[in-house]
Design a protein around this ligand. Structure first.
Ligand SMILES: Nc1ncnc2c1ncn2[C@@H]1O[C@H](COP(=O)(O)OP(=O)(O)OP(=O)(O)O)[C@@H](O)[C@H]1O
Ligand SMILES: [Mg+2]
Length: 288
C-alpha cells in the first residue's frame, strides 16, 4: 500500500501544498531548480536535545525537501547530520519545532503511525545494513516486508514483488547478482542493493546517511549519481549527508551546511563553492 503522494499533515496544520504556498520560502529552505511541487518534508525551527542536561544538538533547523531534488547535508562530525535524519523518522526526540514528513507530523506521533511513516521513508546507510548470508534478491525483497507481513517472513514473497525486486536490481545495475549472497558483493555493489531495497518500499523520500563514506572515490561518484538519477526519475527527494565537499558540489542540486546544529549555509550547489561553504567547517582541514 502506498500513501497518497500529497497527504495532509497528520496532526493539525495545512496540507503541505497550501502551507508552502502561504509561507514564502526563506533562504534556508528554498527549492532548487530540480525541485517540483509541494514539500515532501517540511522542517521548521527544529530543536533536538537528547537529554535535559545536555546542550541542543539541533538548534532551530529549517528544511524543505521537494520532489526530484538531491539535497546534500554537510557538516563536521558532531554537527547533527545523523540526528536531523533520525528526527525525520522519529529516532531522535523532537524537543521543539515541527517536522512534517510524507504527510505525517513526526513530533508526538503514536507508535503505529510512526511505523507507517517509516514505510514512506527509504533509508540508506554507510554500512549498507544488508543481511550478508541472504541473497541479493531476498535483501531487496525485505523492503516489501511491510506489505505482506508473515507470508514474506516465511520466504514466500509474492511473485509481483519478486518481479519488482528484479526490476529494481536492474535499475541499479546489478540484476546479474540477484542470486549471490549479499556478503560476496563489493561495497559499491552492496550499496546499490541497499538502494534497491529502499526503493522496494515505494518511499516518498530517501534519506542517505553518508552512503559513500565506505566506498572508493570512483564508486562514490557512481552511487551518488545513481541516487540523483533516482531522485529525478522517480520524482522523490533524496537527502544525503556527505563529508566530502566536492562530492556535494558535484552531485547535489542543493546544499545545506550544518554547524553546531544550526544551518549556516544553504543554497543551490551551482551557486556555491568551497569558499562559500567555509562557514560549515571549524577548520580548513575538515573541508578537505
Ligand atoms: N543517542 C544519542 N544520545 C546522546 N547524544 C547523542 C546521541 N546521538 C548523537 N548524539 C550527540 O549529538 C551530536 C550530533 O551527533 P550526530 O551523530 O547527529 O552528528 P553527525 O553530524 O552525524 O556526525 P558524524 O559526521 O560523525 O556522523 C553529537 O554531539 C553526538 O554526541
Ligand atoms: Mg552522522
Amino acid at each position: 500500500m502506498t500513501a497518497p503522494a500529497i497527504a495532509p499533515a497528520h496532526r493539525g496544520g495545512l496540507p503541505f501544498a497550501t502551507a508552502a504556498a502561504q509561507s514564502p520560502a526563506s533562504s534556508s529552505v528554498q527549492a532548487s531548480t530540480a525541485a517540483a511541487g509541494p514539500a515532501l518534508a517540511r522542517v521548521r525551527d527544529l530543536r533536538v536535545r537528547y537529554s535535559a542536561d545536555e546542550p541542543l544538538v539541533l538548534d532551530g533547523v529549517d528544511l524543505d525537501l521537494f520532489r526530484g531534488e538531491t539535497v546534500a547535508l554537510l557538516g563536521s562530525s558532531g554537527s547533527g547530520k545523523s540526528t536531523l535524519m533520525k528526527a525525520l523518522t522519529g529516532f531522535a526526540p523532537i524537543t521543539d519545532g515541527t517536522a512534517q514528513v510524507a504527510g505525517f507530523d513526526v513530533a508526538g506521533l503514536p507508535q503505529r503511525r510512526m511505523r507507517a511513516l517509516r514505510v514512506q521513508v527509504g533509508q540508506v546507510f554507510q554500512q549498507f545494513n544488508l543481511v550478508g548470508r541472504l541473497s541479493v534478491l531476498t535483501n531487496v525483497l525485505t523492503g516489501s516486508l511491510h506489505r505482506a507481513g508473515a507470508a514474506n517472513l516465511l520466504g514466500t514473497f509474492r511473485s509481483a514483488d519478486r518481479a519488482r525486486a528484479l526490476d529494481l536490481l536492474d535499475r541499479v545495475g546489478i540484476a546479474h547478482k540477484a542470486g549471490a549472497e549479499a556478503r560476496s558483493l563489493s561495497g559499491g555493489q552492496q550499496q546499490r542493493v541497499a538502494i534497491a531495497r529502499a526503493l522496494m518500499q515505494d518511499p516518498q523520500l530517501i534519506l542517505a546517511d553518508e552512503p559513500v563514506a565506505s566506498l572508493d572515490p570512483r564508486m562514490s561518484h557512481t552511487v551518488l549519481e545513481l541516487l540523483r538519477s533516482i531522485a529525478r526519475e522517480e520524482q522523490i527527494p533524496v537527502l544525503v549527508s556527505l563529508h566530502v565537499l566536492p562530492l556535494a558540489l558535484e552531485h547535489a542540486d542543493r546544499i545545506i551546511g550544518l554547524r553546531h546544529g544550526q544551518v549556516v549555509v544553504s543554497g543551490d550547489a551551482a551557486d556555491l563553492d568551497a569558499d562559500a561553504l567555509a562557514p560549515v567547517y571549524d577548520t580548513e582541514e575538515e573541508a578537505e
